[in-house]
Every structure is written in C-alpha cells, then in structure tokens.
Design a protein around this ligand. Structure first.
Ligand SMILES: [Zn+2]
Length: 200
C-alpha cells in the first residue's frame, strides 16, 4: 500500500465485515514488519479490553483509548515512542467524540504525515449519525462504504435495526447498548417494517 497521508473513513452497517477488513489491512503491513498503530475505544469491551476480533475468528491486539482522551493519549504516545508509525487503524470510530477525531487528524495526519483508516458505523439504531462518525465524515479526505445486504431481503443494507430479547424491533432507548441487544443490518423498507422478527 502506498503511504498517502490522509484520513479515510470506511463506514458500514452492523456485521458488514469492518473488523475483518481492519485485521486484514493490519496483516498486510505487519508482514512487511511495519509499525501499525491500532486504536479502539475503551467503551467496547465485548472481546476483552484492547482486542479486535472478527466474526470469522481472527483477533489482533489494539490500544484501548477512552473516548474524550485521544488528544492527550496521542501526544503521550508520540512523545514516548521513537519508532515510525506507518499507518493508524481505528476500530469502532463511532464511539469516539468529535475532539478525538479532530485530534487524530491534526496530530497524526497533518503533523506527523501518518495516514489513517477509520472504520465505523455511520448511524445508530434510530437512524442518527454517531458523533464520532459525523466528525469523521466531516474531516475525511476519502469516504468509502463496506456494503452488505439486508437481513430480510437482498436489497442494500443502510440501517441498523435493534431487537429486544423477544426478537421484536426496538426504536427507543440509549444510543449505546453493547451486549444486551441484537442488531441486524437492514434496508430502509425493512427498517420501518414493524412486522420483522428474529429468532433469539
Ligand atoms: Zn430488506
């Protein structure tokens, strides 16, 4: 891969293979013995703090950064690590706050000339932009989508639908609820369909 210092945001819905692509990209650098900095928000501890795993079973270690502390974390990292970072990969970008994303752009891309690839969900289960993703969309030089199909038909999936423990769609509640609910990628037609059900 050519080192072009820019911020790329790769967004997707749930289960589209974001972590899998991040892990593959990480591997491509690692086989060349290049230093890749992998960051994940500490809010996401489904797989243990600082571990990124794909549904296909691959796992890599990551630096767990608490949302809201990216500016000081990066400053500290660059002050204490001499080794050149070839690329920064960010998992679950949506859970970071706006200033975290601005800090990555300013301190890594603009100041250190390090390219960034950020992976994340664009919208929450209510169809609202996540703060971290909105910031990433605003400052990215390049935006790509990792596409997948609807869980209920073969249309392109653009929304994330939350289901309760009875398998019924949920449209109210907190934006972040990790572990307790199940999510499915859906097309817009099935997003607004109250009759969809999943087996839980
Ligand atoms: Zn559909």
């Amino acid at each position: 891969m050519i080192k072009i210092a820019k911020f790329r945001f790769k967004h997707a819905v749930m289960n589209a293979g974001k972590s899998q692509e991040l892990i593959r990209t990480h591997y491509n650098y690692k086989v060349k013995n290049q230093n890749v900095l992998v960051l994940t928000p500490s809010i996401d501890n489904r797989n243990g703090i600082g571990i990124i795993s794909s549904r296909t079973g691959d796992k890599i270690n990551a630096n767990s950064v608490m949302p809201g502390t990216m500016r000081s974390w990066l400053t500290n990292y660059f002050d204490n690590n001499e080794e050149d970072v070839i690329c920064i990969l960010i998992d679950e970008t949506q859970f970071f706050i706006k200033d975290d994303i601005l800090a990555i752009k300013e301190l890594a891309v603009l100041t250190k000339d390090i390219p960034v690839i950020a992976y994340g969900l664009k919208v929450d289960f209510k169809g609202e932009l996540f703060e971290g993703s909105a910031a990433a969309i605003a400052i990215a030089e390049e935006i790509n989508e990792i596409e997948t199909v609807c869980a209920f038909c073969n249309s392109k999936s653009i929304m994330n639908l939350r289901f309760d423990n009875k398998g019924q769609p949920v449209r109210e509640g907190d934006q972040i609820q990790i572990g307790d609910s199940e999510y499915k990628p859906v097309c817009h037609k099935h997003y607004i369909d109250d009759n969809v059900r999943i087996i839980v």
